[in-house]
Design a protein around this ligand. Sequence first.
Ligand SMILES: [Cu+2]
Length: 148
Amino acid sequence: MQRRAFLAAGASATAALAGCVGPSLSDSEYDIGMQSNAFIPEPAVEGADVPTFEVAVGDTVVWANTGSRNHTVTAYDDGLPEGADYWASGGFESEQAAREAWEQSIDGGGIVRPSETYEHTFEVPGDYYYVCIPHESAGMVGKVVVTE
Ligand SMILES: [Cu+2]
């Protein structure tokens, strides 16, 4: 009897804790977090020039806004391997289009809001450099390395 009572109390405590967490994302649901002024790959490639995440061709990378500010995930036009399509949150066709959308709040501006995610599937191997437009001056850049 006492053991059963204990288990019941434990179950309700767990439920209460889960309720506190609310809609936030669990670590298993994304690859790269976004907080304050930084992309946070989990795990990051050690010794890289900027925060770097490594995947294989055909893999889908998921970014999640794990912070409280709005971010973008915007590829640099000159940061793509040859033959790769341009990519950016908001689905823009070029870096310039993404920047104009952000500045003029066109089509949502490519914003990934807190607790939202953005994902992209990489089909061409190479190094991909990208930026968060509103936090570029603070150094919020990242890299995805896609291997064969
Ligand atoms: Cu940002």
